[in-house]
Design a protein around this ligand. Sequence first.
Ligand code: ADP
Length: 504
Amino acid sequence: AEETAKGGALPFESPEIRFTKLFINGCFVDAVSGRTFETRDPRTGDVIATVAEGDKEDVDLAVKAARDAFDHGEWPRMSGSERGRIMTRFADLVERHGGELAALESLDAGKHPGVTRAVDIGNAAGSLRYFAGAADKIHGETLKMGRQLQGYTLREPLGVAGLIIPWNFPTTMFGIKVAPALAAGCTVVVKPAEQTPLSALYLADLAKQAGIPDGVINVVPGFGPTAGAAIASHMNVDMVSFTGSTEVGRLIMDASARSNLKPVYLELGGKSPLIIFDDADLDMAVELAVSANFFNKGEACVAASRVYVQEGIYDRFEKKLAERMKSWVVGDPLNDPRVDQGPQVDKAQYEKVLSYIDHGKREGATLLTGGKPCGQKGYYIEPTVFTNVKEDMIIAKEEIFGPVMCLMKFKYVPTTVEEAIAKANATTFGLGAGVVTRDLDVANRVVRSVRAGVVWVNCYFAVSSDCPFGGRKMSGFGKDEGMHALDKFLAVKSVVTPLRGSPW
Ligand code: ADP
């Protein structure tokens, strides 16, 4: 196979689909009910595999396996360095099988194989390596409490972690949630999204090959209101880490409140701003706006779907953007090396994005580019840029999760950047933000004032295993990646002992 300019290998060879059952206690098993569901190729809508459909009974079995592995198994009891060694083997296997895994993921999610390979496989393996290195560096503190007492803290694995993940970066999400849980010594039940169950099952098999003991990782494909809800409300699940929509995040917190008050961490939707100042490098600004909106077909929680351009550069920016979009290619990412953007993940998402585009048109925004579905079959949508967008329009407020950019203007204010900051912050969300300028003082003022979990200066979408990722406000709380992610899976225990006869 030949590597194409954009990194995909041609001709695309459909991978063999070997794993379609639930993975519980180290074995691939059918659902208790015997039910299955179909996962489809977003390029055509055709079925690519039939997968066991987990429900409450299956979640019970998976949680039991994870509980036993935690309460009696070796994983939480072995030294951190031993866990790290096994996790490193897991990372090696993810990389070694990266081609096949990327092909599987691209087929299931309609993703560009070059992107899947570089981003998803890279992030999953990177995260496993990063947290493998952290596994033997989990330390407590010593506490000088007083003359008659002294103490220390233990940081202990929390127990069984429920990990509920979405369909836009399935392998990345598996890696960044599972890796810190494993490093901490937790055992996990993973619920992949119903649109993209295949990669998590493939990864479970690699984990087993790497030597991760049975019951430590369990994977239950199925639907949200059944399998997902069963995890969120389970009395024997000790924490939940979720990435997905704000609506479902609310349901998960509610399920925790009504069951055992397990801590939950939510990485939710966004409506992230990209602020482009007059002094920005115009070419760079256009490229950043394009990739921040249309990368991964706009299926990114941190997409910068509100682009604010300062008045003095606005007209040139708009013209250049329209020109740039003429060479942006939508099509089959698996078989055409020129393609930038593949199909939306499924029919429901496709229809949702198109209905937002209709809203935009009806609310009176102007189409600069796109605005229609395209292709004979499958779930393709033209990259769409709206101008004349008012702040109170639905397209400016709600997360669309597709290839739709809202382009807006802010005034030239020589001495302040307040208008841009106020606009950027005028959202219920707070996931990401970007600023494009050559002026360090302006950049720093935006950085300090914008309420978001991550701010990118003269770049966008730059992520790494050591860089915490996660939002504020209605984008949720808790971090994936970075050492903060480890804290979600650890409980701090304070230990106090008497101290006798010390003069200090
Ligand atoms: P999207 O709207 O982008 O599909 P969701 O938030 O619906 O995102 O889905 C993210 C993940 O949450 C998926 O794995 C999905 O199955 C799961 N999910 C959906 N509804 C629930 C629920 N009520 N309880 C738990 N998990 C759910």
